[in-house]
Design a protein. Structure first.
Length: 136
């Protein structure tokens, strides 16, 4: 199974992303509760790209590819915006109160919790974020 969708960096396109993730999750046979988690993780990662990868007023593309084999479902998020490695962010200390915690970092924390693996690469001036979820 292999699918892809290209969106612009416009959060108005998030419903199209949700439909895409739902379709992919249904095709691999994920339980609805897992599909909701996948949608949450993918949306968080893509909205961050839409919001921060490109300078304000600049239109850029975000490519989301999905592929599955017998072991896992892989989502790859590709953009040619500003280099940013979300995996380099340190873990959020969730034992601190909201007032004590620095702003930011909860999105990638959520993605780390929901996915089985996360990988970032910068190749040919593109950010490539790979998120995997086991099918078992």
């Amino acid at each position: 199974m292999q699918h892809s969708i290209t969106l612009t960096n416009d959060i108005e396109q998030v419903p199209q992303l949700a439909d895409f993730v739902d379709m992919v999750c249904e095709e691999v046979g994920f339980d609805p509760s897992v599909s909701i988690q996948m949608n949450l993780a993918i949306e968080e990662a893509v909205v961050n790209v839409m919001s921060y990868a490109y300078p304000v007023g600049t239109v850029g593309n975000v490519i989301i590819e999905a592929q599955a084999n017998e072991d896992c479902l892989t989502f790859t998020i590709i953009d040619n915006g500003t280099p940013f490695d979300p995996t380099a962010k340190s873990e959020v200390d969730t034992t601190l109160s909201a007032e004590e915690r620095p702003i930011g970092g909860l999105g990638i924390h959520l993605v780390r919790q929901l996915m089985d693996s996360i990988n970032y690469e910068r190749i040919d001036n593109k950010n490539i974020l790979t998120l995997r979820k086991k099918l078992a």
